[in-house]
Design a protein around this ligand. Structure first.
Ligand code: NAD
Length: 503
């Protein structure tokens, strides 16, 4: 691959002599996982799974069909009664056992995730740690669910509110956090007493299949099913299937629209975690050094392929120059490389050639429009889909690169003159997933956070998550909440049973 023009500062650290991240023995069975076993697909098509550092094929998975989905849904339907009838303690213990099993395989799962996505090992380890924590949190939370107290709310009528599972949930996951996004769905869905059919991203199915392999002997057959394949075929069938009671997608806005449309005929519930374009609003009294070093992580974590990435800075004009200088210092020092090239690698490649082309396309168009490249600005030498960590400064209001989700190692910087302008422009994007405010004035921090139209707002921080608190967006970022007891609510239904006891 040749690099496109631009004042790039980074180089890609290689690891030619290091041992490979995975061997053939580490791979999961590359088939569908249905009714407790890995089965042969209904048709012969395959999908290549590519290592984005070497641009080489590391595995092939079956290209699933609607028939494969129908088979998996039938298994999930058959399993749902028994799973729903387990008392909370039994389901909780099973979720803890899953967490223990994953914890015993942290290293394998991390290496597999890095081999498939190119992400630094530190990022994969963090993904696996949070995956385990998500199962542990849901195992605890499911035993502590509450509802309105039973009582007489109409004369001589006792009301009891029951919380029931929905039945079968269809799950569609993206490529940026393949295992973690699967866990954010699987743990609360199972905790709430549902069974599920999951379609991983066709680009990154390996850790999801490994998950299925690792938990196969822990769960009753049919409770978790995994079908590989493309969104437009397998995902679409899952979304429209009449026996699927809810469809939950983490992915792009376009896929969210397609899933919501496909779900409309059966009127099934829809849960959408879609894109983000997080503004980072920096006031003149902010701790600029803290903001810059926080953005080194929050803007470039997972190589910027992160829906909550701190990708759009709005900084007060009086401190813009100083802030850009500090940010460029941090970003210019980021270590770019293959995951094998050391524990200190911070930024890896884009996940695929198509995504690399998309990200570099945004950079080329921004440069054509006269946006100033403060550092980075283009592709790095291959092999591999590496893009230089980039800061674009002096970005004008409404520029494409500051409005659309680039989903790469690119942070844009715009300036504002006063608070009203800052809030108006921060909110002036179709997406509403997350945002941050930087100020040492506690009243201002509180007030601005309240006026920002985003599902998560950090004050003097960015991209810090915990299993106890909800994650999800407003506006074009979708609806529904991952993590926290709110996710358990989303995957449950309430039933009111009223007893007439008048005599
Ligand atoms: P994508 O939408 O291309 O793919 C996501 C999944 O949807 C894949 O499994 C894909 O096969 C499937 N899909 C595609 N078209 C479909 C269709 N018509 N019907 C059913 N399924 C379909 O997204 P991606 O490129 O894998 O992931 C990146 C996107 O995910 C970004 O927009 C990012 O912001 C978003 N994301 C959001 C969150 C969040 O929590 N809000 C988390 C991670 C990623």
């Amino acid at each position: 691959m040749t690099s496109t023009a631009g004042p790039t500062t980074a180089t890609v650290r290689r690891a030619a002599d290091a041992p490979p991240l995975i061997t053939g023995d580490d791979l999961p069975p590359t088939r569908h996982f249905i009714d407790g076993t890995f089965i042969e697909p209904s048709a012969g098509g395959v999908i290549d799974v590519v290592d984005p550092c070497a641009e080489s094929v590391i595995a092939r998975v079956p290209e699933g069909t609607a028939e494969d989905i129908d088979r998996a849904v039938a298994a999930a339907v058959a399993a749902k009664g028994r799973w729903a009838r387990l008392v909370p303690k039994e389901r909780s213990e099973l979720l803890h056992t899953i967490a223990d099993r994953l914890a015993d395989h942290t290293d394998l799962l991390s290496r597999l995730e890095s081999a498939n996505t190119g992400k630094p090992l530190a990022v994969s380890r963090d993904d696996v740690d949070m995956t385990i924590d998500t199962f542990r949190f849901m195992a605890g939370a499911l035993r502590a669910t509450t509802s309105m107290a039973a009582g007489d709310y109409a004369e001589n009528h006792l009301s009891v509110i029951l919380r029931e599972p929905l039945g079968v949930v269809g799950v569609i996951t993206p490529w940026n956090y393949p295992l973690l996004m699967a866990a954010w769905k699987i743990a609360p869905i199972l905790a709430a007493g549902n069974t599920l059919v999951l379609k991983p991203s066709e680009q990154t199915p390996l850790t999801t299949l490994k998950f299925a392999e690792l938990v196969a002997d822990l769960l009753p057959p049919g409770v978790v099913n995994v079908v590989n394949g493309h969104g437009a075929v397998v995902g679409a069938r899952l979304a429209e299937h009449p026996d699927v009671n809810m469809i939950a997608l983490t992915g792009s806005v376009a896929s969210g629209r397609a899933v919501a449309r496909a779900a409309a005929d059966s009127l099934k519930r829809v849960h959408l975690e879609l894109g983000g374009k997080a503004p980072v609003v920096i006031f003149p009294d902010a701790d600029l050094a803290a903001a810059a070093s926080s953005l080194r992580v929050a803007g470039f974590w997972n190589s910027g392929q992160e829906c909550g990435a701190a990708c759009r800075v709005l900084v007060h004009e009086s401190v813009a120059e100083e802030f850009v200088e500090r940010l460029v210092g941090e970003v210019g020092a980021l270590v770019v490389g293959e995951p094998r090239a050391g524990e200190d690698v911070e930024v890896g490649p884009m996940v695929s050639k198509a995504h690399f082309d998309r990200v570099t396309g945004y950079l080329e168009r921004a440069k054509d429009e006269g946006v100033r490249v403060a550092t980075g600005g283009g592709a790095l030498d291959g092999p591999g889909y590496f893009v230089a960590p980039t800061v674009l400064a002096g970005v004008p209001e409404g520029a494409e690169v500051a409005r659309e989700e680039v989903f790469g190692p690119v942070v844009t910087v715009e300036t504002f003159a006063d608070e009203e302008e800052a809030v108006r422009r921060a909110n002036d994007v179709p997406l509403g997933l997350s945002a941050s405010v930087w100020t040492e004035n506690a009243r201002r921090g509180h007030d601005i956070a309240a006026r920002l139209d985003f599902g998560t707002v950090w004050v003097n921080s960015h991209l810090v998550l915990a299993a106890e608190v909800p994650w999800g967006g407003f506006k074009g970022s979708g609806y529904g909440r991952d993590l926290s007891p709110y996710a358990l609510d989303d995957y449950s239904r309430t039933k009111h049973v009223m007893h007439h006891h008048g005599r």
